[in-house]
Design a protein around this ligand. Structure first.
Ligand code: ZN
Length: 215
């Protein structure tokens, strides 16, 4: 399979890339200066499918490949996906995918999907402010189902960002960063639950995502 690659100079894209990188670098504290991620803009669904080696759902508009990100081109965004284009939504998409790259680098996990999926997606949704485009559920009751990745099902995107927001707002970012750092040695849902409790001092369940633990 063969693809054309061309560099692109567009002020708006440069701006949202630089802003994303700066804000994410502030959050993760990586001081990332060299070999920074590259953005590849993909023109159409057919190319997305060929690059990914599978027929993708209409809502898939971006992904991570090594330390680079691939996103559907803004110019064909509405034609090739079911999303509505706006500059702010596109900025959040770029920042979401870059947040995944930072999560990989921070955790040191590059071989395969980072689990739990709700944490992987939740961090990217929270950091890219995509919670603002979602209805906040009164009560979280689904996100824990998403331990492993499932590209055919988009329901992980519903609650995960709010779960991470809850953790950061009530317990600060350092605990979350510590948890992300520890993912490298975790290979099961049980071990993750144990590590979560060790980090936060409370069990990983929906009840504890309702209000800050006083323990
Ligand atoms: Zn994502």
């Amino acid at each position: 399979m063969i693809f054309t690659i061309q560099s692109r100079n567009e002020k708006f894209l440069e701006k949202i890339y630089n802003k994303s990188m700066k804000e994410l670098d502030d959050f993760f504290g990586l001081n990332w200066k060299r070999n920074k991620p590259k953005i590849f803009l993909v023109k159409d669904r057919e190319s997305i499918n060929k690059l990914r080696g599978e027929k993708t759902e209409e809502w898939i508009v971006g992904w991570v490949n090594n330390s680079n990100i691939f996103v559907l081109d803004k110019d064909t965004y509405e034609k090739e996906s079911y999303h509505t284009y706006s500059d702010i939504e596109y900025f959040r998409l770029i920042k979401h995918e870059l947040a995944h790259v930072f999560t990989q680098v921070y955790s040191g996990i590059f071989n395969g999907a980072i689990k739990p999926d709700w944490l992987w997606e939740g961090v990217a949704i929270y950091l890219s402010d995509q919670n603002k485009t979602k209805n906040k559920p009164n009560q979280l009751k689904e996100f824990l189902q998403h331990y492993s990745q499932d590209n055919k099902n988009s329901s992980v995107y519903k609650e995960s960002g709010f779960a991470i927001e809850f953790l950061v707002k009530n317990f600060g970012k350092q605990k979350l960063l510590r948890l992300i750092k520890s993912l490298k040695d975790i290979d099961s849902e049980e071990k993750f639950a144990k590590k979560f409790k060790e980090t936060y001092g409370f069990e990983l369940n929906y009840k504890n995502f309702q209000k800050p633990s006083k323990k």
